[in-house]
Design a protein around this ligand. Structure first.
Ligand code: C2E
Ligand code: MG
Ligand code: MG
Length: 573
């Protein structure tokens, strides 16, 4: 019934307003859940249309009742509301305002549309009340999201950059410093993977909320992403020094964070710091540099702070460049293998060759594996490089075998990352089968670093390999833990004594004693020995004297191309 009356009223109003302006028309058509106060200037009468009762529990009969309307809203809006309600002669344009109801979270949009006759005399006025609470909340949320991070209540990244830029401008103006701290929670991945994402989220939130307590007019803090936060400190000296902030963070991290379900966690963080004016003079670079040096803190054992240092930046940029070169080389197949022969001391015969990879630069020069392997290990491309070395060296070996009937050993360096891949053994066996090369002729050079983690798995794989007849050689012995007891029980065939030992030969007696006892002990344990980096005749003579089995080094041959090695084979036949 109400609905019908409402429609009827509307029609009446519309008919009456046929000649009136567009605004009026719009206001009436857009009626959903609105209340209308309709005023006829000629008759001096008010009518109430639409959902009036939804908005107010009183009627408007005379102008005096305007007070009741005004009274329904927060005081601060009184002036605006009165303006709208009394809109007439002078107000040819629509008047409107967003106003809040008294003692409630409800927001209304009030709008006045006045129509005039040809002389410009006002004839009718419609005041429309509309509930805009939902839109208002949504807008506020959007605004909040644009500036703040929902989980932590800290600034979001973009807003941080803008606020920190202002602080930087202020620092420049006042010849002050501005420090940017890039903060990353240690082992967050383990927390997230091990305890679940909800715990991870809570950690992000709890730590962020703690950081928020450090904020003031001169310290702005943001949640960048995941477990990463960024802080800018204006005039970072004295009581607001980076050190004092770092101390506060460390103190808090040492105490447990209490999470739901009685989960308690202590945290540690790595922080990189870059300061204006020393490091850079724009905010983006300060943030980038702080991030770069933060990684240095991660590398050097976590739970640490690292200040900006040009040398770190240089290393980072070089690494970045090398990374690019590696990717290009992989795409263009720009790797080649050199082979360095090893000789048995007593007989002078070739015991085998070590395959050593090189990367071809675009200018044609060769890049040393010492420069690119560590970076390839970090970004995982070592697996692709290793696959190439494996296939190419075995293929070449098969070619020599077919042509010259050689049967020496082929030693291949294997990175721990490559070795630990689940399909390592099957890939290796497939290559050997493809080129019909006997596993007994293959020696894998592993470094002690492979033994550090997941010892059980590493051991099992070694036994599997040795079951197939593949030999394992421990490379660079003497540079790592060098504990022979560590090696007990592992199916290791050969020990390669590092060049650093050979370097001490002839220098002093005590080092020679060590060299001698290593060779003696190694042989007693049943390992074959290869001394690396032999450059002089004296070294060779000495090694022969102490019964070292084999030598490898520039004295007898540098690593050479496969064609050069072929010549060597031909000469030795
Ligand atoms: P490494 O396995 O210990 O190889 C021996 C290194 O010593 C080679 O350097 C070799 O050229 C060098 N060398 C041999 N004799 C002498 C000598 O008498 N004097 C001196 N000063 N050096 C000598 P290179 O070829 O630069 O390789 C460096 C390292 O890169 C290798 O050390 C190995 O750890 C790694 N590497 C090389 N190829 C590969 C590969 O295919 N895969 C993996 N994962 N690592 C590789
Ligand atoms: Mg090696
Ligand atoms: Mg070595």
């Amino acid at each position: 019934m109400d609905e019908m009356r409402y429609q009827l009223d509307l029609l009446t109003a519309m008919n009456q307003k046929l000649a009136s302006g567009e605004n009026m028309y719009k206001a009436i058509v857009d009626t959903s859940s609105c209340a209308f106060l309709f005023y006829d200037f000629e008759k001096d009468s008010y009518s109430l249309l639409g959902e009036w009762e939804q908005f107010f529990d009183f009627n408007v009969v005379t102008i005096k009742d305007f007070d009741t309307i005004v009274d329904a809203y927060e005081e601060e809006f009184e002036y605006e509301i009165r303006q709208i309600l009394s809109a007439e002669k002078s107000d040819k344009s629509a008047l409107k305002a967003e106003v809040k109801r008294k003692d409630s979270a409800i927001w209304n949009l009030i709008r006045a549309d006045v129509s005039y006759d040809e002389d410009g005399t006002p004839t009718r006025k419609i005041i429309r009340f509309q509930n805009i609470t939902k839109e208002k909340i949504q807008n506020e949320e959007l605004q909040y999201l644009a500036y703040y991070d929902y989980a932590t209540g800290l600034y979001g990244r973009n807003h941080f950059i803008s606020v920190a830029s202002d602080l930087l401008a202020k620092a420049k103006e006042n010849s002050e410093t501005l420090s940017v701290l890039f903060i990353d929670i240690d082992n967050f991945k383990q927390i997230n993977d091990g305890m679940g994402m909800l715990v991870g989220d809570e950690v992000i939130q709890a730590f962020g909320q703690f950081l928020k307590t450090l904020a003031d007019d001169n310290i702005v803090i943001s949640h960048f992403s995941s477990d990463i936060y960024c802080m800018a400190i204006y005039a970072s000296r004295g009581s607001r020094s980076v050190d004092s902030v770092y101390r506060l963070i460390k103190e808090r991290c040492n105490k447990p964070f209490y999470l739901t379900n009685n989960v308690q966690l202590t945290l540690s963080v790595c922080i990189g710091v870059a300061e204006y004016p020393e490091a850079a003079d724009d905010i983006i670079r300060l943030i980038n540099f702080a991030e770069i040096v933060m990684f240095k803190a991660k590398q050097s054992g976590k739970n640490d702070i690292q200040y900006f240092d040009r040398a770190i930046l240089k290393e980072f940029l070089q690494n970045g460049e090398m990374e690019k070169k590696i990717k290009e080389a992989i795409e263009e197949n720009a790797f080649e293998i050199h082979y360095q022969p090893q000789f048995t001391i007593q007989t002078g015969t070739m015991r085998g060759v070590e395959a050593l990879v090189r990367m071809k630069d675009r200018d044609g020069s060769l890049i040393s594996p010492a420069l690119f392997i560590p970076i390839a290990e970090k970004n995982g491309t070592i697996v692709e490089i290793g696959d190439f070395v494996l296939e190419e060296s075995v293929r070449t070996y098969a070619e020599w075998k077919q042509k010259y009937h050689i049967d020496f050993m082929l030693s291949i360096n294997i990175s721990p990352i490559q070795y630990k891949k689940a399909d390592f053994t099957s890939k290796l066996l497939a290559v050997l089968e493809k080129y019909d090369v006997s596993p007994e002729k293959i020696e894998l050079e592993l470094t002690e670093s492979v033994l550090v983690e997941d010892m059980e798995e590493v051991k099992q794989k070694m036994f599997l390999l040795s079951d197939y007849g593949i030999k394992v050689s421990l490379d660079d012995f003497g540079t790592g833990f060098s504990s022979l007891s560590y090696l007990k029980g592992l199916p290791i065939h050969t020990l390669k004594i590092d060049k650093s030992f050979a370097d001490t030969i002839g220098m002093d007696e005590s080092s020679e004693v060590i060299m001698e006892s290593i060779v003696a002990l190694t042989k007693r344990l049943g390992y074959e020995t290869v001394a690396e980096g032999i450059e002089t005749k004296e070294q060779m003579a000495y090694l022969k004297q102490i019964n070292c089995d084999n030598i490898q080094g520039f004295l007898l041959s540098k690593p050479i191309t496969k064609y050069e090695l072929e010549q060597l084979i031909i000469r030795s036949i």
